[in-house]
Design a binder for this molecule. Structure first.
Ligand code: AMP
Length: 298
């Protein structure tokens, strides 16, 4: 596995892969877990050449957020990626990605960024879209892999790919969960044991929301939202940021309980802000994620 640390070297490596049909990319911020590795394994099976990127992207963090203390363990990440059979890992520096004078950003607009994570984290999706477009330009993947866990990121990047006619196919994979239902996240390392136990409430709230949605006994999306709010409120260790039912593509609120739909939650548990979602696809099937069994956690 090649470890590539400059944009120049990554462009050269990409040029050397011209004869291969498919290059896959898994963009990450590192501190890898089973969620990331599920993307990497799928991507490995589907592409001739596979690259992952590890870059804690400063432009998607607000000044008060956790850029400096974001968890990092590069030796471990490299070991895990090597085991998955990657061809290359791209680990640029912020100075190389955003050199002095950098001034061009992708500004995702409309309903997609004025609500949810966009409202709670102003500028976040501008940073995400900008870095993902840069990675697409540098690595020119035929396929790029993202997690459903970050549903609004999926919507923003899908919109960008369509709007800017980017020649890349997106693969969205299901959320990998710990055995108590907590969606795996690098930030889960901030959780104390008590907060980790309390964090299971997000999954419980989504399950209750799904049940309310399916029973149609609740009075439309507002009833589903209320159900999720009540479940989160029952856990003293969790503070709800938002519970919503939205269209997965536009992020507009749903008027009626119909597919497709996203049940969305954000809550602060102890020191950490957590997000999670269930997706009801247009065909009426649910994407609720995959629970790791105990063996995989050992
Ligand atoms: P991050 O390193 O948090 O930026 O995540 C890199 C990629 O992994 C993103 O596409 C995430 O949506 C995806 N991802 C993060 N957590 C999970 C998870 N628990 N299950 C599936 N994909 C995930």
């Amino acid at each position: 596995m090649r470890v590539i640390t400059t944009v120049r070297d990554m462009l050269d490596a990409r040029a050397s892969w011209a004869a291969f049909e498919t290059v896959g990319l898994v963009p990450t911020m590192g501190y890898l877990h089973e969620g990331h590795l599920s993307l990497v394994r799928r991507a490995r099976a589907e592409n001739d050449i596979l690259t992952a990127s590890i870059f804690v992207n400063p432009t998607q963090f607000a000044p008060h957020e956790d850029l400096e203390r974001y968890p990092r363990d590069l030796p471990r990440d490299l070991h895990l990626l090597e085991d998955c059979g990657l061809d290359a890992v791209f680990i640029p520096t912020a100075a190389d990605m955003y050199p002095p004078g950098f001034a061009t950003y992708v500004e995702p607009g409309g309903s997609l960024t004025s609500v949810g994570e966009g409202a709670s984290r102003p500028g976040h999706f501008r940073g995400v879209a900008t870095v993902v477009l840069k990675l697409f330009q540098i690595i020119q993947p035929q396929r790029a892999y993202f997690g459903q866990k970050d549903a609004q990121q999926v919507a923003v990047i899908s919109r960008m790919v369509a709007d800017l006619n980017l020649p890349v196919s997106l693969r969205i994979l299901s959320t990998v969960r710990e055995t108590n239902g907590l969606a795996m996240s690098s930030r889960n390392t901030y959780l104390t044991p008590a907060a980790r136990a309390a964090s299971a409430i997000l999954y419980k709230a989504l399950l209750a929301g799904k049940q309310a949605f399916e029973s149609r006994l609740s009075e439309g999306p507002a009833g589903v939202v209320r159900t999720m709010q009540e479940v989160v409120a029952s856990e003293p260790g969790a503070t709800l940021d938002y519970a919503e039912v939205r269209d997965p593509d536009t992020f507009l609120p749903l008027e009626r309980l119909q597919a497709p739909a996203l049940l969305l939650l954000a809550a602060t548990v102890g020191p950490t802000r957590l997000i999670d979602n269930f997706l009801l696809r247009a065909d009426g099937t649910w994407e609720t994620g995959t629970l790791l069994d105990e063996r995989d956690l050992s």
